[in-house]
Design a protein around this ligand. Structure first.
Ligand code: PEP
Length: 241
């Protein structure tokens, strides 16, 4: 199955940098799906600059379809300007904006209705892992964040590994991805058997090959290393099989 390498630029990137970034990505990497999620204002320009085979997505969307919601951005508008995917429930949204799983689930419904493919993020904090609660937390996030009939992707992102340089061991990743697979099958039935489960948390060119070769890892969600096109492409090359 093709892997997906998704870049989350977070609150980084400039209009001036788009052309060089898109040129460095070129046609992408054969056999690997590439997705870049820049800040909202850069979605349209990046879509226009990138090769058609490279997907562009958003980092969030509003739960409502439209209306009096100052500062929010509608999923339908994101689709209209060329986004194909949307990251939902990233740990930084859950922490900075107090987003709960029920809201993530409702946003996911809105996104799917607008034609976007959601990437739902789940992951435990260091305190939860040290308390032996990692699997319970992640199972609860999946149960709360995925609507019935969910179609999309899931990203396992241990909070303690995001932007810290700490990466989960392959054993940790394998165990948690197996837990997520079992939960997806139980929750969604057959579609849960093949749904891509991305790993995210300090993925870099140096550790990508071993993480991407781990059982049940269907690709990577990459933060910091996606800001440099050459690093992002090196990670994508590691996904080539
Ligand atoms: C992320 O924020 O989704 C992420 C995985 O970040 P980083 O790769 O920088 O740890």
């Amino acid at each position: 199955m093709r892997q997906m390498i998704a870049g989350n630029w977070k609150m980084n990137g400039t209009l001036a940098g788009i052309a060089a970034y898109a040129a460095a990505l070129g046609q992408g990497v054969a056999g690997v799906d590439l997705l870049i999620c820049p800040p909202y204002p850069l979605i349209g320009p990046l879509r226009a600059a990138c090769a058609p085979g490279i997907a562009v997505g958003a980092q969030d969307c509003a739960v409502e379809q439209s209306g009096a919601h100052t500062g929010d951005v509608a999923a339908g508008l994101l689709a209209e300007i060329g986004a194909s995917h949307v990251i939902l429930g990233h740990s930084e949204r859950r922490a900075d904006h107090n987003e709960r799983s029920a809201l993530v689930r409702d946003k996911s419904r809105t996104a799917i209705a607008a034609g976007l493919t959601p990437i739902i993020c789940v992951g435990e904090t260091l305190a939860e892992r040290e308390a032996g609660e990692a699997e319970t937390v992640v199972r609860a996030q999946l149960a709360g964040s995925l609507p019935d009939g969910f179609t999309g992707l899931v990203a396992y992102e241990p909070v303690w590994a995001i932007g810290t340089g700490k990466t989960a061991t392959e054993t940790d990743v394998q165990a948690m991805h197996a837990t997520i697979r079992a939960a997806l099958k139980k929750q969604l039935g057959e579609p849960g058997e093949t749904m891509l489960i991305l790993y995210g948390g300090s993925v870099k060119p140096t550790n990508a090959a071993s993480l991407l070769a781990t059982s049940e890892v269907g690709g990577a969600l990459v933060g910091g290393a996606s800001l440099t096109a050459t690093d992002f492409m090196a990670i994508a090359e590691a996904a080539r099989r």
